[in-house]
Design a protein around this ligand. Structure first.
Ligand code: GLN
Ligand code: ZN
Length: 753
């Protein structure tokens, strides 16, 4: 049987983010639903065609979405929270977007990180009143479209029932089994229709299976798949996992499915050893995830070939496919746009399209089975010259000593109270203010050399001045400069630090229409020159109120970059931490006395297996502490984390030893604060009292409620009041209205103390 190649998903944002633009036009009412659908279809078909042209053996369908594939599934199963049900929507599409973005009357659904990536999914909400049904079989529609329009016999992609339910909320442990049962019937319906329409292999993503799963929970998986395959005996299900090795390998391979996809890139060698130990059933396809689907490095084909050979030695008569390790959603589309990267660096890179070529090379190699092709040789030789060009030096490996501030929190707190004289429940924001079109246009013009440095700097200064005035007017207690000079909180630092490269078109989806362009860490990271001092000091010179200096922390910079894989993560994190220490010194010298070091990615970087947590948290927390240990006791260190689940890492958050941490409390509807009820956290906490991801203006009352609810849990002396994240994606009008209400809410709560 000829070897098949496949991928689990393709970047959906289009070649030049046309997907994003289209969405935003639609949301702004600049195009109607008809135009939107038509143009989306063009984008969707174009993406499929690209995969077809690139020679992908089995092309995924249905991974394309208007917002998020988890939301698609929730919507498909009629999981529409009741708060949306009384509103009139012009179309199902508008209701769908409302779930993600909120409306005037209904808060958006919660959004959270997709496993340990920087992709965010919309958390499905299961309510007791849910009427389970298949509202719209999207996988079927997408499958048929690919077939009819392009003659592609696609591989429909669905999130598996076990993972879908595990990613959802609104039920307790006892209800899990019942809901899983209900979902199985719905999945059976969707799958039956697909099979009837001619679908052959259907990819069922069950990434949840790479977590540490108890035996008891695994029994539920077995029961679910037994039931599902009984209901759809003709369907050829491919159980797909990614991001780590699976738990219960020996049982997973016995599940009644037609094939199993495993990640051989992020499994730390476990899958090969499982194969050696337990074998693999002959009657199932084994899809080998051998090309890194979430980082941008060129594959060492010789090494991968060795792995393939070792697997083949064990499984000589098996049906084996070559795949990426996960969906290519996490990498940019094509290297061909990157005309400014040094050639020596480009030689080491592979984006989505190049990864497909690598799959083809491996496939051809297998079929020719003799000599390596010329393409193979040149691939390997450019990889080797890249590796040679960017080897690390010994000095770049800093010792991982335990960093510690010179005084304890209570000592620092007393000094800082004295110094800043802030009211109870001080108000502040998280850093960025609206990045309006004029600012973004000016940046693009400046980049292209169409705008002078002076003019650009002046615009940044004007913005800072304007927003300092706005903050005075709003009467916030602690100000920020607004981050106007930054395109993105990580890319900005990537542009300034040594060891990073930035791309021209290396966009990946982060959430909804928001895309980021992660910088590439290809060499040792080092401080070059001050990065944030000019703007922060200017802002501070305009006001008596303290202005927080804004930095992105080492763990977040690392996690949101394409990181090098030839050094351990903690070494790179320490390199970044040391560079940031220098920046902080510069800020302190310029009399900036509050410094926020954002670490929104600390939680998402948590390894998926419990046994790896401690080691990760140790170095991650230490990297943060290294960054901040040398600040004066009177300098107040803030940190910020958004959209995180904290219950399992609260001790580590405490150990970061920041004077104030701001967290999200609004979109998870106060659940977060409950965590603090059960655990000791004794430092300042900024409550994110409203969801900045939604254009909806929060009312004073709801924010007062959130504050009161939280005050039941923790002493008021620790509380700060702030939005739950930076405001760069909002308009000025939305920002001012929301913050006006927030300051009012803080005052009311203060008076009630
Ligand atoms: N300081 C950043 C901002 O305000 C923080 C963003 C984030 O946490 N994602 O934009
Ligand atoms: Zn945030």
């Amino acid at each position: 049987m000829p070897i098949k190649t496949s991928i689990q998903g393709f970047p959906r944002i289009g070649e030049n983010r046309e997907w994003k633009r289209l969405l935003e036009f639609y949301w702004k009412n600049e195009i109607d639903g008809c135009t939107f659908e038509k143009e989306m279809k063009d984008i969707r078909l174009n993406l499929l065609q690209k995969q077809q042209n690139a020679g992908v053996g089995l092309i995924p369908t249905g991974d394309f979405t208007y917002y998020d594939h988890v939301l698609d599934t929730a919507y498909m199963f009629n999981l529409i929270p009741s708060r949306f049900q009384n509103e009139p929507f012009a179309s199902g599409r508008d209701l769908y977007f409302a779930l993600a973005r909120g409306t005037k009357h209904a808060e958006a659904c919660e959004m959270t990180k997709w496993f340990n990536t920087n992709y965010h999914y919309i958390v499905p909400e299961i309510e007791d009143t849910w009427i389970p049904k298949v509202l719209y079989n999207k996988p079927l529609a997408d499958y048929l479209e690919a077939k009819q329009e392009l003659g592609i016999q696609g591989k429909p992609v669905l999130i598996g029932p076990y993972s879908f339910l595990s990613l959802a909320k609104g039920y307790d442990d006892e209800q899990f089994e019942r809901y899983l049962d209900i979902l199985i019937s719905l999945y059976a319906k969707v799958i039956a229709e697909l099979t009837e329409a001619g679908a052959s292999y259907i990819q069922i993503d069950e990434p949840w299976l790479v977590h540490s799963i108890s035996d008891k929970d695994f029994q539920l998986v077995q029961a679910a798949y037994n039931k599902l395959t009984n209901l759809v005996p003709d369907a050829k299900l491919l159980l797909q996992t990614y991001f780590e090795s699976v738990s219960h390998y020996e049982k997973i391979i016995q599940l009644p499915v037609a094939g199993i996809g495993l990640d051989f890139v992020y499994d730390k060698g476990k899958h090969l050893s499982y194969i050696e130990q337990f074998g693999f059933p002959k009657d199932k396809v084994l899809a080998l995830g051998i090309i890194d689907g979430r980082n941008i490095w060129k594959t060492d084909l010789d090494k991968t070939w060795e792995l393939i050979r070792s697997i083949q030695t064990k499984l000589s008569d098996h049906t084996i496919w070559f795949q990426t390790s996960c969906s290519l959603l996490h990498v940019p589309m094509s290297l061909s746009y990157e005309t400014t990267l040094p050639k020596s660096l480009k030689e080491g890179l592979a984006f989505a399209e190049e990864k497909i070529e690598e799959l083809n090379l491996l496939k051809d190699h297998l079929t020719s089975n003799t000599h390596t092709s010329q393409q193979w040789e040149s691939h390997q030789s450019s990889l080797h010259s890249f590796k040679k060009a960017y080897q690390s030096t010994d000095e770049s490996v800093f010792p991982n000593y335990k960093a510690m501030r010179s005084q304890s929190f209570s000592e620092r707190n007393a000094l800082q109270k004295e110094k800043f004289q802030l009211p109870l429940l001080p108000t502040t924001t998280i850093g960025s203010f609206p990045q309006t079109l004029d600012m973004r246009r000016a940046r693009t013009a400046f980049r292209k050399g169409e705008q002078t440095q002076e003019k650009y700097d002046q615009l940044v200064k004007d913005k800072i001045k304007h927003w300092i005035d706005v903050q005075e007017e709003l009467d916030l207690d602690v100000f920020v400069h607004g981050e106007f000079e930054r395109n993105d909180m990580v890319e900005f630092f990537g542009e300034k630090l040594n060891g990073f490269a930035v791309t021209i078109n290396g966009w990946v989806q982060s959430y909804g229409s928001r895309c980021v362009k992660p910088p590439i860490i290809y060499s040792d990271v080092a401080f070059d020159e001050p990065m944030t001092v000019k703007e922060t000091a200017y802002a501070q010179s305009l006001t008596q109120k303290p202005v927080k200096g804004m930095l992105t922390g080492p763990v977040t910079i690392l996690n949101w970059s394409f990181e090098r894989t030839d050094l351990p993560k903690h070494v790179v994190a320490n390199q970044i931490a040391h560079s940031l220490t220098k920046e902080i010194e510069e800020l302190e010298q310029s009399e900036v006395e509050m410094i926020q070091v954002d670490e929104p990615a600390l939680r998402e970087g948590l390894p998926l297996k419990k046994e790896d947590h401690t080691a990760y948290l140790d170095w991650a927390v230490n990297a943060f502490r290294l960054t901040t240990e040398k600040v004066k006791p009177t300098t107040q260190v803030h940190t910020h984390m958004c959209y995180s689940e904290f219950h399992d890492i609260i001790d580590s958050i405490n150990a970061m030893d920041a004077d104030v941490i701001s967290i999200e409390t609004s979109s998870s509807h106060g659940e977060l604060i409950k965590i603090f009820e059960k655990h000791v956290y004794d430092k300042g906490i900024g409550l994110g009292v409203y969801d900045i991801h939604s254009p909806r203006i929060p009312t004073v009352e709801e924010m007062v409620d959130i504050i009161h609810e939280s005050l039941d849990t923790l002493p008021s002396s620790l509380f700060w009041v702030n939005p739950d994240c930076g405001l760069k994606t909002r308009t000025e009008e939305e920002t001012v209205s929301a913050l006006t209400n927030m300051v009012k809410a803080a005052r009311i709560a203060r008076n009630n103390l």
